[in-house]
Write a new protein. Structure first.
Length: 149
């Protein structure tokens, strides 16, 4: 952007060797402090560089929210463990009631693990797209429907 500098003012027309020019002829002034190279220099000195994410997380204090998430994650693992445990307890009773051979008992026992693997593989990426709350609600409805029949 051009600025008007009158004759006789430092940086004006008289000092530029144009004494016969019009007194208010626009000239180009140096760039402002907040532009180009000066801006990069200001940004470099104005704010210190943020630490890498891993270091910031390692230094972060543990809050009640962190403890809550840790407990909820632990409950999820505990429920998975209970699910696998209870199949082992119920397996002899199921085999006796339905007259299952050893191969079929193995398939019944592996069904929960196979279901967890398939569910994690398919529903994990879907949860990233539509949200974990919706997938969890779907999981609860599916679990309730499967348990009631």
């Amino acid at each position: 952007m051009a600025a008007v500098v009158p004759k006789g003012v430092p940086g004006g027309l008289a000092e530029r060797g144009d004494p016969d020019g019009p007194p208010n002829r626009p000239i180009r002034l140096p760039r402002a402090v907040g532009s180009g190279e000066n801006r990069r220099a200001l940004n470099a000195t104005a704010a210190p560089a943020a630490p890498p994410l891993g270091e910031a997380l390692d230094r972060a204090p543990i809050t009640s929210l962190h403890v809550r998430f840790w407990l909820l994650a632990g409950l999820g693992i505990m429920l998975d463990g209970f699910d696998f445990f209870i199949i082992g307890v119920a397996n002899p009773l199921i085999a006796k009631d339905f007259g299952l051979d050893d191969a079929t008992k193995g398939l019944v026992s592996a069904a929960a693990i196979v279901g967890a693997i398939v569910g994690a593989g398919l529903l994990g990426s879907l949860a990233d797209r539509i949200g974990r709350r919706r997938i969890f609600q779907f999981d609860l409805m599916l679990f309730a429907a499967s348990s009631s029949t």
